[in-house]
Each structure stands twice: as C-alpha cells, then as structure tokens.
Design a protein around this ligand. Structure first.
Ligand SMILES: Cc1cc2nc3c(=O)[nH]c(=O)nc-3n(C[C@H](O)[C@H](O)[C@H](O)COP(=O)(O)O)c2cc1C
Length: 169
C-alpha cells in the first residue's frame, strides 16, 4: 500500500503546531494510519523543505484564546499556490464544537475549499506543560464553560481516521 502506479512510494507531509502536546499526540496517531512515507514537521521547532516532493500535505494546529498558531497561518499563506496543486487536508484541536470558526478567516478560503477533509480532533487540557498562569487560566475556562452550560474539550480521535481515509484514498 502507498505506491503510485510507477512503483514510487507516496509521500505525505504533516505540518503542525502544538502548544501543550495534545496535537502532537494526534499527529503521531495520524502518521501511523497513513500509507506510504510520512514526514512530520512541528513548524514551531523545525523548517519544512522541498514541499514539491510530497503528494499529500496535511496541516493542523491548536486553538488558544480564539486563535490558531500564527506559524500555521503563515505556512498556508506562503505556500498557497503549491498547496492548491497537492492533496491537502486540515485539522484543528480545540474545545469548542464549532471548529470552523477558528479556520474561516485564518486559512485562505480557497485552501479550505480545495481540502479533501477539514476536521476537528477535539481537545484536551494537558497541564504538564503549562505554567502557573496557564493552569489558573484553565481553572477559569473550566468554571466559565460549565457556567455557560458548554462542554469541556473532549478528544475526538475518530476524526483522525477520517483524515487518514481521505488521504489514503
Ligand atoms: C489557555 C488555553 C486557552 C484555550 N482557548 C481555547 C479557545 O479559545 N477555544 C477553544 O475551542 N479551545 C480552547 N482551548 C482548548 C485547546 O484548544 C485544547 O486544549 C487543545 O487540545 C490544545 O492543543 P495543544 O495541546 O496541541 O496545544 C484552550 C486551551 C488552553 C490551555
């Protein structure tokens, strides 16, 4: 599995950003489900190179106080023309059920329309990488979320399979 007709191996790049590690964990799971050769790049720590070599490019990040990482937005803007020539999918980690509110306006509309799939991986509060202020912020977010009758972030690992299926087709 994961070969083109001429026998060359399909190549997928997953470009992502993760503040506290939940998205990184999801990327590891996604990479394990994709056919062919998979390269993962945490865009806040490493550079991407020679994007032309990839057949598929999957892009994702996480939301903090209403915003996805700037590095993810910048990657999409800089590489828009190239991305429109590839099989592309997007994912986002967030607590809110309406994940599109964070992508619309941040990621070029043409790219979102071009994407094979745009999914939410849900979210998790991973406190081990948080500082004191961030932990306090979590307590406040949890209280106000419950007060407003909204649900706290839940992992939606099933949507990792949806992205994998779309890319593996
Ligand atoms: C300080 C903080 C602010 C957050 N703000 C939002 C938000 O505005 N909207 C939302 O849907 N989720 C929000 N979340 C939930 C995160 O998107 C979720 O925990 C996600 O799993 C984080 O992924 P990461 O660990 O890869 O950064 C917030 C989480 C934290 C810790």
């Amino acid at each position: 599995m994961g070969c083109l007709l001429d026998g060359t191996i399909l190549k997928t790049l997953i470009v992502y950003a993760s503040r506290y590690g939940y998205t990184s964990d999801c990327v590891t799971k996604l990479a394990g489900k994709l056919h062919g050769e998979v390269t993962t790049v945490n865009i806040d720590k490493e550079k991407t190179s020679d994007l032309e070599q990839y057949d598929n490019i999957v892009i994702g990040g996480s939301v903090k106080i209403g915003k996805i990482q700037k590095s993810v937005i910048q990657f999409c803007e800089t590489n828009k023309v190239l991305l429109l020539k590839k099989k592309v999918a997007f994912f986002i980690s967030c607590g809110d059920q309406n994940h599109m509110q964070y992508l619309n306006g941040a990621i070029p509309e043409e790219l979102l329309t071009h994407a094979l799939s745009v999914q939410s991986f849900g979210g998790e509060f991973k406190t081990d990488k948080m500082n004191f202020i961030e932990k306090k912020m979590i307590d406040m977010i949890k209280k106000s979320t419950v007060k407003e009758g909204k649900s706290l972030p839940v992992a939606r690992y099933e949507n990792i399979d949806i992205i994998a299926e779309a890319i593996n087709q």
